[in-house]
Design a protein around this ligand. Structure first.
Ligand code: AMP
Length: 294
């Protein structure tokens, strides 16, 4: 999650390279439909140009279709989805159904003025799709588009114009940032990353944050038994069986103490035997005396 221009796409590309899992960007999927002129693409074109959101059911259908493809078996990174509470709820149901729980929800945070600057300065090469920024990353010279065979043809995305940028930021704040991050707060999965400044520094912070924490949303955990569960149980039983071992020294010490105690009492018994015998002898003598008197 992150505002338009927060670097979601750039950072997601680095994550997929690192983890070797697919990058699922709903913005890219919609742009592909737009370029291919599909009915969805034609519909999305107008919504995107105005800075609005495509309806939730359409987005959920796109995600269901994508997440049930084989390449997502080892994981995936969602970029730009979910963007509304309805999408987050739909995703939760879908993930429980297909048993693919979330590990983390990354929230990229950038100052609003920075966002406007980034977005209005963003340029995309029409030929290779490479993203540039007139402020921080101008197109390379000499040209290296399509493996050096052509010059980059940089254009501004229709939704990066200043008026649309402001509307996109407003919609993001109202429908996504507060409600959707709030939706995930209870799961303990939200990792907030300061996405201001140098791209590499943001990547470093992102990896640090992901390494530092992880987990599975409780609701999803219940719906998706993990392979690791038996291992955990095995570990737990090992732990349990090691507990008596840990107590063993205590028992040994008790045993050691016990014989000492017995030896002592044996001695004591020996010592007390004499008076017993003396008493018996005395008793025997008095019996003899009584007999002789009789
Ligand atoms: P992005 O490339 O993620 O900034 O998305 C570009 C545009 O596509 C957004 O401004 C929306 O109009 C649309 N879009 C992308 N993802 C979604 C989504 N999950 N829900 C609704 N609209 C979306």
């Amino acid at each position: 999650m992150g505002a338009p221009g927060s670097g979601k796409g750039t950072q997601a590309q680095r994550l997929v390279k690192h983890y070797g899992i697919p990058h699922i960007s709903t913005g890219d999927i919609l742009r592909k439909h737009k370029d291919e002129g599909t009915p969805l693409g034609l519909r999305a074109k107008e919504i995107m140009a105005a800075g609005g959101y495509v309806d939730d059911q359409t987005m959920l259908d796109i995600i269901r279709d994508r997440l049930t493809q084989a390449d997502t078996a080892s994981g995936f990174i969602l970029d730009g989805f979910p963007r509304t509470i309805a999408q987050a709820e739909g995703l939760q149901t879908l993930l429980a159904e297909i048993r693919k729980p979330l590990d983390a929800v990354v929230l990229l945070e950038v100052d609003n003025d920075q966002l406007v600057k980034r977005l209005s300065g963003r340029r995309v090469c029409e030929l290779c799709g490479k993203v540039f920024n007139v402020h921080s990353a101008p197109p390379s010279v000499p040209p290296d588009c399509v493996q050096g065979r052509a010059e980059h043809q940089v254009v501004q995305r229709a939704d990066d114009s200043e008026a649309t940028v402001k509307e996109r930021l407003r919609v993001y704040e109202e429908k996504t940032r507060r409600p959707v991050s709030g939706f995930y707060t209870y799961t303990g999965l939200v990792r907030t990353v300061d996405a201001d400044g140098d791209i590499d520094a943001v990547t470093q912070r992102l990896f640090d944050t992901l390494r530092a924490g992880g987990g599975t949303a409780p609701a999803e955990k219940a719906a998706a038994p993990r392979k690791r569960a038996p291992q955990r149980r095995a570990k737990a039983s090992k732990k349990a069986s090691s507990r008596p071992a840990a107590r063993r020294p205590v028992r040994k010490a008790a045993k050691k103490a016990a014989p000492k105690k017995r030896r002592k009492s044996a001695k004591a018994r020996k010592a007390t035997r004499k008076p017993v015998r003396k008493a018996a002898r005395r008793a025997g003598a008095s019996r003899a005396r009584r007999k002789s008197k009789r």
